[in-house]
Each structure stands twice: as C-alpha cells, then as structure tokens.
Design a protein around this ligand. Structure first.
Ligand code: 5GP
Ligand code: MN
Length: 332
C-alpha cells in the first residue's frame, strides 16, 4: 500500500468518489464516512457515501445521513455509484469481508482504493492509505487527513459533529488508553469551532427506549455470569431473550462493557444469537489481547482491547466451546 500522500494528485481535479464502511456501522464508521463526505464535497468532488446495511437509530441525526445510500435497500443505486466512481475510499475496516454485502462488488472494482483505518492486519490489496492501529478512531484519522491536505480551515460544524462522534464513541468518551493528547487536541479544535458536544453525547447515549433500559436490568440480573477464577464475565443473549423485550439491532451495543466496571474483571464477552450466525463481542482491560483471541478462536479480529468474531455453530454449543477455551487459557 502506498502512503496516502501519493493519492493527493488524484484529488487535484473534481472526481466522482465512492465512500463506504463496515457492516453494522457504529459511530466511528458513519462519523468518519460522513465527515469525509462533507470535506470532499466542499473540495468540489461528487461524493456518494454508501453504508453496507442499515444504520442504528442513534446515528440518524448526523448531518449527511439523508444523502447516504443503504446498500441493502438501494443496491442498484449503490452499484451504479460504485461503477461510475473514479476513486473508492474505505473507512474503518481493512478487509472487504467486513462489509458483508459489498465484499464482491469491492473486490471486483478496479478503481484506485484508498484505505483509512485503525484495525490490525490490513489486507495487501489497498492501493493507497493510512493503516494506524495506534489511532483512537478512524474519525481521528480523517481529521489528520484533512490537516495533511492543508485544509484545517475548511473544517466546519457538520464535519466537526461527524468526526467528534467517532472520536467520542471509539475512545469510550475519552476513557480508553488509546486516547492520546492528539485526540484531545482534535476535540479542543472542534470545540473551538462551536461544536455542541453535549448534544452529540445525548443523541448517542441518551436515546434509549424504556424497553432497552429494562432489558439492560434483565441482562445484568439474569444473563451475566461472573467467572472469578478467570477474571472474566460472560453475557449470553438468545433470540428468545431479545424477543421478550422487543430488542432492535443496535440495542445490545455497549452491553459487553458493563462487566468491566466490576472490580477484578479483566475480560468480558457477549455472545448473541442472530438469525444467520452467532456473534461475539470481546472487551478487555489491561494486558489480555482480545484481538488475538477473536482471531484464534472465532474467525474475528479488531483491536487489542476490543474485538469481535462469529461462528456458524449453534448458540448453546458456542457457549460450551467458549467456556472450554476459557478453562484452557485462563485469561489474566
Ligand atoms: P463489536 O464487538 O463492537 O462488534 O466489535 C469490536 C471491534 O472488533 C470493532 O473494532 C470491530 O471492527 C471488530 N470486529 C468485530 N467483529 C469482527 C469480525 O468478525 N472480524 C474482524 N476482523 N473484526 C471484528
Ligand atoms: Mn473505529
């Protein structure tokens, strides 16, 4: 992969640009995609942001959401935009398979592909890009990219709102160790533009339904197992559990973090039964590498302290398998 600066000449004249991100997009995925959309549009390009699927409700307030295409609902228009594009930007993932629906169209596209991402182990097929696992978020990298282009003064409130969202969500509201001085400088600069950070925090974190809040209570009482011996906690959610509370996709977001607030718990896992697979989320505090754990046992990956994986095995078998691994490896 060539450095992103080598792609600058491609942006000297107005281009048609396709931007996409990973499936089940989070605040960093949509924030970085729309932040870049606003910037490149301001530079005179014709930009189409495409999400591989539905976006969660807590991101629907974001400036630019109305122009974004959802591949699952607008496949023809999305593929048309991909075909017409001169350039493709891929944000917050580094492997086509993470888009699920767009895997094949992206693999077949022959236009230059530019990667901006902070996950480990990028695939070798990117033409240009930045792959920096030490960065807090893809939003921080899009901000760096805009500065690298010499365009700090083009940053406006729409870009600020989008980019702040991913910075806030991927740093756990500036809590995780990955939150560098640079991340705070970025927040400070966006704030100086007039950013309403309280509104963004409320849009993202205080938009729960009553059902979701009661579901959290149910999960913590009935569905969380603490395994002191392994400094670990496990939450398991069957489809039946989710149906009980009419839980929507996205409502389980963040559940996996709760057990890490218990003294002594260093490793937390959420196992969720989905219609087509069993999905796993892993989080750790300290020195247990959940990215390697996800890669080794559950066909997944991610970051050192936050990762995910999946399996086609059934839900109950997965729980048994997971516990067996735990007893074999004793996370510390
Ligand atoms: P989450 O638990 O929120 O789904 O994912 C946590 C982190 O792990 C995210 O950074 C996400 O990109 C990554 N991740 C989740 N699932 C997978 C997966 O199946 N494969 C890979 N490579 N990364 C994943
Ligand atoms: Mn991210």
């Amino acid at each position: 992969m060539r450095p992103i600066q080598d792609a600058f000449p491609l942006l000297h004249s107005p281009k048609k640009i396709f931007i996409t991100t990973h499936h089940k997009p989070d605040g960093d995925a949509i924030g970085s995609m729309l932040g870049l959309y606003h910037y490149l549009t301001k530079k005179g390009h014709h930009v189409t942001p495409v999400s591989p699927g539905e976006i969660p409700e807590f991101l629907e307030w974001m400036p630019g959401v109305s122009v974004m295409l959802n591949y699952e609902e607008q496949a023809t228009a999305s593929l048309e935009a991909l075909k017409e594009a001169d350039l493709i930007f891929c944000l917050d993932f580094n492997d086509y398979s993470r888009t699920k629906t767009l895997e094949q169209p992206l693999a077949e596209a022959t236009q230059p592909k530019i990667l901006i991402d902070h996950h480990l182990f990028p695939k070798p097929y990117w033409d240009y890009g930045m792959s920096l696992p030490e960065k807090s978020s893809t939003c921080e990298m899009v901000y760096d990219f805009i500065l690298l282009c010499g365009d700090q003064l083009l940053l406006d409130l729409d870009m600020a709102a989008c980019l702040y969202t991913g910075l806030m969500t991927d740093t756990g509201s500036f809590k995780f160790p990955i939150t560098t001085a640079g991340a705070h400088y970025m927040a400070a600069y966006l704030k100086s533009l007039g950013l309403d950070h309280t509104k963004i925090h409320e849009e993202v974190y205080d938009a729960w339904t009553e059902n979701r809040m009661r579901f959290l209570g149910y999960v913590l009482i009935d569905k969380m197992e603490i395994m002191r011996k392994y400094n670990s906690a496990l939450i398991t959610l069957s489809r039946k559990d989710m149906n009980l509370f009419n839980i929507q996709s996205g409502d389980t977001e963040g559940l996996v973090n709760y057990p890490l607030s218990i003294t002594g718990i260093k490793f937390a896992t959420l196992i969720t039964e989905r219609s087509d697979e069993v999905k796993m989320s892993f989080r750790s505090k300290g020195s247990f590498d959940v990215s390697a754990f996800a890669r080794n046992y559950f066909d997944g990956g991610g970051h050192f302290n936050a990762s995910g994986g999946r399996t086609k095995s059934n839900f109950m078998d997965t729980i048994v398998y997971f516990k067996k691994i735990l007893s074999d490896i004793h996370p510390k």
